[in-house]
Write a protein that binds this ligand. Sequence first.
Ligand SMILES: Cc1cc2nc3c(=O)[nH]c(=O)nc-3n(C[C@H](O)[C@H](O)[C@H](O)COP(=O)(O)OP(=O)(O)OC[C@H]3O[C@@H](n4cnc5c(N)ncnc54)[C@H](O)[C@@H]3O)c2cc1C
Length: 381
Amino acid sequence: MKHWDVIVLGLGGVGSSACWHLARSGLSVLGIDQHPAGHHFGSSHGQTRIVRQAYFEGVSYVPLLKRSYEIWDELNQHVSEELFVRCGLLQIGPSDGVVVPGVLSSAETHALPVVTYGSEELKRLWPGICCASDDVGVFESNAGFVHVERAVVTQLELAKSEGAELVHGVRVVGWEDGSDGVSIFLDDEKHNARQLVLALGPWSSSWLDGLLGFKIRVLRKYLYWFESLPGRMQLTAGTPCFFHETPSGYFYGFPEIDSLGVKIAMHSGGELVEQPEKSDREGVQRGEDFEECLRYAGSYLPGLKRRLQRQEVCYYSMTPDESFIFGRLKEHSRVIVAAGLSGHGFKFTPVLGELIARMANYQELNFDLAPFSPSRLIASE
Ligand SMILES: Cc1cc2nc3c(=O)[nH]c(=O)nc-3n(C[C@H](O)[C@H](O)[C@H](O)COP(=O)(O)OP(=O)(O)OC[C@H]3O[C@@H](n4cnc5c(N)ncnc54)[C@H](O)[C@@H]3O)c2cc1C
C-alpha cells in the first residue's frame, strides 16, 4: 500500500487549490472526491463568484486577499480564456450601514483604490442598476468575478500535472489518527498518509462534530438567472458586479456574460439543512427567497426582464462568527481543516491552498490566522 505525504479529502474550491500547491511543493498527494471535477452538488458551482479586496467583513482579510489576487493572476496565465475577470464591483448601501463603511475602512487601511458615488451619478454611470436616493455606491475597479467551475477544474489539472493522484466518484467514510500517520477509509479500502487535509465544504459538519465546540450550519441558497434588456446589463456594456445592502437584506448580482442572462441572489437568509442532498435539486421550482429576489429586481434593476431563465441550488457552511475554520486540529495535529467558509470563501481559495501546502511543509505562514483557528470557540468557552 502506498503511503502518501498528504491526503486531501474534498476536491472543490479549497481541495483543488490545496492539491495543486501541495504537489508543486514536492509532496506526494492523493486527492479524493465523491463527485466529478467541477460538479454542481456542493458550494463551488453556479458559473461565477465575486472576487474583491476592499472587504467590508473586516480589514484583517485584506492581506490574504492581496496574496490570493497574485495567485488568481498566475492562474489566468495557465488558461486561454481568463478565469478572473476584473469588471469592477459596485457596493451600494446607506452611508451608516454595514457594507459601505466596511468597504471604505478596508480601502483606507490598506490603500485600495475605490471611488464613491451618490445615487444620481450611479444612475448616469450604470443605468441598469438603481439605488435609494440617500444610498452611496463605492466602486472597486480592481474587483470582478471568477468562473467558478473552471477555476476548480483548472486547479485540479494543474495538480495532476504536478504529480498529484486524483480520484473522483469515491466516498470516504471515515478517518483515524494513528501512531504513525493518518488513515482514511473508503467502503473497502484504506489509505495512509503523514498528514490529512479535510476540505469537505458543506459536508464537513459530521466530520468535525465534537472537535470545534460548535456546529457548522448548512444553508441552502438559490441563484437565479434573468433575461436582460439589450445594452443595459451586459459585461460588454461595462456593467460591473454589484452587492447591495437594502432594508430587506443583502442582494448581489453579476453582469450578463452569456445567453443565461444576469445572475442575482440573496446573500442574507437561506434554508437550514443537515447537508447537501441531490434530491434538493430535483423538482424544486422556486427557492423561498424567489419573491424577494423578484421584488429586489423590480425595485433596483430596471435593466432586467422578469423572465427566469435558470435556477441553481448551492450551499453556505456557516460558523457562528462567520469567520473561516482554518488550521490544524488541536487534538489531531496531523489534520489540517479548511471549512465553514460562511458563504464568502471562494475568492480566498488560492491563498488557502498555498497556506495548506506551507503548513504541510512546516514553513512560516506570514499571515495572522488566529481569527480562523479551529479551536477559537473552544478556548473562549
Ligand atoms: C450561492 C453561493 C454564492 C457564493 N458567492 C461567493 C462569492 O461571490 N464570492 C466568494 O468568495 N465566495 C462565495 N461563495 C462561497 C464559496 O463558493 C465557498 O466558500 C467555497 O466554494 C467552498 O469551497 P469548499 O471547497 O469548502 O467546498 P466544496 O466546493 O463544496 O467542496 C467540498 C468537496 O468535498 C467533497 N466531499 C464531501 N464529503 C465527501 C466524502 N465523504 N468523500 C469524498 N468527497 C467528499 C464534495 O463532493 C465536494 O466536492 C458562495 C457560495 C454559494 C453557495
